[in-house]
Every structure is written in structure tokens, then in C-alpha cells.
Design a protein around this ligand. Structure first.
Ligand SMILES: NC(=O)c1ccc[n+]([C@@H]2O[C@H](COP(=O)([O-])OP(=O)(O)OC[C@H]3O[C@@H](n4cnc5c(N)ncnc54)[C@H](OP(=O)(O)O)[C@@H]3O)[C@@H](O)[C@H]2O)c1
Length: 278
């Protein structure tokens, strides 16, 4: 199948290109296709006529979005709208990736696909607006919500494990222990998307590392896997005020498609450590 990937230079974009290497891939990074530009999007999709489009582009600066609402909505809501119109009018399926931050995190049980959304941040609200545009404008949609995504590629990319490894020269670090989520290794998400696009079963899916953990426990495990001796001390979210409010508990689970379950989050971290240390 011909697969067109937008935002192909990011973490998920890199992982998709490897996972889907047995397909014909049209990888379009931002320089090759700016998805905020409706005419460019329509022309690219009409020219390539892919069998499926996967949107891996997003505005992921959660704190930055609080003061750059227009930028966040342009990329997270208007751009998916552009993709949904351009794919919808040609009958092409669209995979759009979203986030656990569409939930408020006030619950205590993992969130499934049919739980009510209530984003707390501009980032979460803009991603929810993107989901709604995609669902309204292309009936052949897969909305894949993921969480706490990380990958070793691209080398220039930023994510939580890389940030914590950069702190590993210190004697100790303090890490928030009262926020829980589902760390997801990008190649695991890419493999799940590769399965999803063969199903034709359109809808909303939660595709995140199985199980849940805190940023604190994730850091401890990361340091253990890398043989880092830095001591990891727990602290409360209230001790680290940030511009955007994060959900306290946004562990994801799925009841939509149990066959497309991702490996445990810990397995993802083990694979990440192996890939970085190779
Ligand atoms: N990262 C996370 O923790 C996380 C958590 C939950 C959900 N997600 C979702 O997962 C998906 C993939 O995230 P990711 O971590 O792979 O993001 P990423 O690494 O930041 O990649 C996003 C890519 O989008 C590109 N881009 C920016 N503006 C663009 C435009 N106007 N047109 C086309 N491309 C553009 C970026 O290019 P430049 O680098 O040139 O700007 C970048 O290569 C997103 O939908 C995100 O919301 C991520």
C-alpha cells in the first residue's frame, strides 16, 4: 500500500518509516509539506493518491501552547481539518494521532476510548478540536490516542527519558511522583498503527504502552537500565509549577481493539535502552 506520512521528521514519523518499510512510503517532513496550508495539503494528497495518510505532525509544546494558542490550534486543529477534507473528498483513510491530555485525569481508573473527554490545557483542547474535525470531515478515520511518547530518533528530538539522561551527571534529581500515565515507545505505537490500518475498523483507539506508572518510577527504571547512580527523589506536582495543567492520572487502556494492545511500558523502556546503548 502507498502510505503518506506527514510530519515524518518527528519521533513517530521516524518510527513509522522503519515499521512500514515494506510499504511504498511517501515521507513528507515539514519542509516538504506544511500541513497548516490547505492548498498544499490538497495538492499533495491529490498528486500522490496514497492508500492511507498518517498524520504524525503536531504542536507538542504543552507549556508553550498556553501562550501560543493560535499556533497550537493551527497545527493541532486546523491542520488535521485540512488533512480530513483532502483525504475525505478522495475517500482515503486518515490516521490522526492524539493524546491522553484530552482527559482531565481526575479519575482513578485507566481511561478507555468511550470515557468523556475534558482537557485542562490549551494543548489538550487543541488536540481534541483536531480529533473532532477529523471525525466530522472524513468517515474513514482512525484517531489513535497515545501518551508520554519517546524515541531515540530523531537525534535532535526531545523527550522525557532523554531529558532525564542529560541530568544523569548530578548526584540527585527530584521527579514528580503524583502524575501517572502510559509511557509509549514510538516503535511500539508505529507497529500498532501498522496493524490498525489493515483493519478498516474506523474509530477512536487508545494506543499506549500497557500499564501505568509515574514520572518518578519511570525515571528510576530508566536510570537502572542505564546503570546511572543518580539518586531519584519523589516530589509533588505543586512543587514544580508549570504554565499548563497536566492530568494527574491519564493512564490509557483499550476496549476498542484488544488485539492491538501495545507491549508493557517497561518493555518499551528496555528496548529504548538497548537501542541507545547499541
Ligand atoms: N511526544 C509526546 O509525549 C506525545 C504524547 C501524547 C501524544 N503525542 C502525539 O503523538 C504525535 C506524534 O508526536 P511526536 O512526539 O512524534 O512529535 P514530534 O517529534 O514533535 O514530531 C512532530 C513533527 O511535526 C513537524 N511539524 C511541525 N509543524 C509542521 C507543519 N506545519 N507541517 C508539517 N509538519 C510539521 C515537526 O517538524 P519540525 O521539527 O520541523 O517542527 C516534527 O517533525 C502527535 O500527534 C502528538 O500530539 C505525543
Amino acid at each position: 500500500m502507498k502510505v503518506l506520512i506527514t510530519g515524518s521528521g518527528g519521533q513517530l514519523g521516524c518510527a513509522l518509516q522503519i515499521t512500514l518499510a515494506n510499504h511504498e512510503i511517501i515521507a513528507l517532513d515539514r519542509a516538504r509539506l506544511d500541513i497548516t496550508q490547505f492548498n498544499q495539503v490538497r495538492e499533495a494528497i491529490a498528486a500522490h493518491r496514497p492508500g492511507v495518510v498518517i498524520n504524525a505532525a503536531a504542536y507538542i509544546n504543552v507549556d508553550g501552547a498556553e501562550t501560543d494558542q493560535a499556533g497550537a490550534y493551527k497545527l493541532n486543529a486546523v491542520a488535521p481539518r485540512n488533512l480530513a477534507i483532502a483525504t475525505g473528498e478522495l475517500g482515503i483513510p486518515l490516521v490522526h494521532v492524539s493524546t491522553d491530555y484530552v482527559f482531565d485525569g481526575l479519575g482513578a481508573k485507566p481511561y478507555h476510548e468511550f470515557n468523556a473527554t475534558n482537557p485542562l490545557s490549551v494543548y489538550g483542547k487543541s488536540k481534541l478540536a483536531g480529533e473532532q474535525a477529523v471525525a466530522a470531515l472524513n468517515p474513514r478515520h482512525f484517531i489513535a490516542r497515545t501518551a508520554w511518547l519517546y524515541h531515540h530518533q530523531p537525534a535532535s528530538g526531545k523527550n522525557f527519558p532523554k531529558t532525564m539522561l542529560a541530568q544523569s551527571h548530578r548526584d540527585s534529581v527530584r521527579v514528580v511522583s503524583d502524575q501517572y500515565g502510559s509511557p509509549t515507545y514510538a516503535p511500539h505505537l508505529a507497529a500498532a498503527i501498522a496493524k490498525l490500518i489493515t483493519t478498516g475498523a474506523y474509530g477512536v483507539y487508545h494506543l499506549a504502552g500497557s500499564g501505568g506508572t509515574s514520572w518518578f518510577a519511570l525515571t528510576r527504571r530508566l536510570y537502572q537500565l542505564f546503570g546511572v547512580r543518580t539518586s531519584v527523589e519523589p516530589c509533588a506536582t505543586s512543587e514544580f509549577p508549570r504554565p499548563a495543567v497536566r492530568p494527574r492520572y491519564s493512564v490509557l487502556t483499550t476496549i476498542q481493539e484488544p488485539e492491538i494492545l501495545l507491549p508493557a511500558w517497561d518493555d518499551g523502556l528496555v528496548e529504548f535502552a538497548r537501542a541507545v546503548q547499541e
